[in-house]
Design a binder for this molecule. Structure first.
Ligand code: DGY
Length: 309
C-alpha cells in the first residue's frame, strides 16, 4: 500500500480508484492550498502527490519527501515543478494534456469577445439602472470578425484551438512561435492571445518594449500564465490608452492583492484562473491525474508524462 497526498479536493470521483487499488489517500481540507510548511509535512511520508499549479515543487520540498515516486500535476502546465530536481531524484511527473484544450480555448474567446464588445461595462450599466434607452453611440466596441489576431504559441494545443475558433470568426490569424519576430506580429495584430508555456525565456515576454511595438488600440488576452506579462508595463499601457483593453484569466501572483495597481487600470477584465473550469474538463483532468498516480506507484511509465523541454 502506498500513501498519496492530494493538495485539494478535485472534481469527480477519480480518487476512489486509488483507494480501490489499496492506496491510502489524504486530501488537504478546505479551498486554500497548504502553506509550504504544511505541504512539506504532508509529503514527508507520501509515495504519490497530486499537486495543483499553486504548489511550488522545488528541490527543498522534494528533499522533504524521501519516498516520493510520482507527482501528478493537476494541470497541463508544469512551471510550478522543478523538473531538473525531480529528474535528479527519479520522481516521475505527469500532467493532464488535451482534455482542457477546448475549454481553455472557449474561455479565451469569451474573454476576447467580452473585452472587444465591453460586456462587463454594458452589464454594469443595466444592473445599476444607468441604461435609459437604446443608445446609438453607447458602448461602441471593436469588431472581432475580420480582425487580425496574433497567437503567441500557435503551435501548441490551446493556441491551435484558439486559431480554429478565430478562423470561424473570419479573423486573420498571425501565428507566433519560437524564433518568429514577436514585435513584428504585435505591430500588425488587432488582438494578441498568449498560449506559450511560462519558462525563464518567456517570462515577461510582453514587456514595455513589446507593448510599445503593439498596434495602438490592440486588445491583449492571456489565458496562459500571468508571468508571461510584465504587469506594471501592462498597467501603464492601459492607463495611457495604448492598449484598448486587456482580458486576463491568469495573473502573477494569483490572486492579485486588492491594492495591486493593475486592478485599478482601465479597460481590464480579470478572471480567477478558470480556463479549464468546466465539469467535463476538470473531471477528465482528475481521471488523468489518477492514471498517472496509479502508473507511477506501480513503477510503470506514466501515461501522460510532463514533456521534457
Ligand atoms: C493548466 O492546466 O495549466 C491550467 O492553467 C489549469 O487548468
Amino acid at each position: 500500500m502506498s500513501r498519496v497526498f492530494v493538495a485539494r479536493a478535485i472534481a469527480g470521483n477519480a480518487l476512489q480508484r486509488l483507494t480501490a487499488a489499496g492506496h491510502e489517500v489524504e486530501v488537504w481540507p478546505g479551498n486554500l492550498p497548504p502553506h509550504p510548511i504544511e505541504l512539506r509535512d504532508a509529503v514527508a511520508d507520501a509515495d504519490g502527490l497530486l499537486s495543483m499549479l499553486t504548489e511550488r515543487l522545488d528541490a527543498a520540498l522534494l528533499d522533504a519527501a524521501p519516498q516520493l515516486k510520482v507527482i501528478a500535476n493537476y494541470a497541463v502546465g508544469f512551471d510550478n515543478v522543478d523538473l531538473a530536481a525531480t529528474a535528479a531524484r527519479g520522481i516521475a511527473v505527469g500532467v493532464t494534456p488535451d482534455v482542457l484544450t477546448d475549454a481553455t480555448a472557449d474561455l479565451t474567446f469569451a474573454l476576447l469577445l467580452a473585452a472587444a464588445r465591453r460586456l462587463p461595462e454594458a452589464q454594469q450599466a443595466v444592473i445599476q439602472g444607468r441604461w435609459r434607452t437604446f443608445e446609438p453611440r453607447g458602448w461602441l466596441g471593436a469588431s472581432v470578425h475580420g480582425a487580425s489576431i496574433a497567437i503567441v504559441g500557435a503551435r501548441g494545443r490551446i493556441g491551435g484551438a484558439v486559431a480554429r475558433r478565430a478562423r470561424g470568426f473570419d479573423m486573420e490569424v498571425i501565428p507566433v512561435n519560437r524564433g518568429d519576430d514577436l514585435h513584428a506580429a504585435l505591430a500588425r495584430a488587432d488582438f494578441v492571445s498568449l498560449h506559450t508555456p511560462l519558462t525563464p525565456r518567456t517570462r515577461h515576454l510582453i514587456d514595455d518594449d513589446a507593448l510599445a511595438a503593439t498596434k495602438p488600440g490592440a486588445i491583449l488576452v492571456n489565458t496562459g500564465r500571468g508571468g508571461l506579462v510584465d504587469q506594471d508595463a501592462l498597467a501603464r499601457a492601459l492607463r495611457e490608452g495604448r492598449l484598448r483593453a486587456a482580458a486576463l484569466d491568469v495573473t502573477d501572483p494569483e490572486p492579485l492583492p486588492p491594492d495591486d495597481p493593475l486592478l485599478a487600470a482601465p479597460n481590464l477584465i480579470v478572471l480567477p484562473h478558470i480556463g479549464s473550469a468546466t465539469h467535463q474538463a476538470r473531471e477528465a483532468m482528475a481521471e488523468m491525474a489518477v492514471d498517472n498516480l496509479l502508473a507511477g506507484l506501480a513503477d510503470e511509465p506514466l501515461p501522460y508524462p510532463a514533456p521534457q523541454r
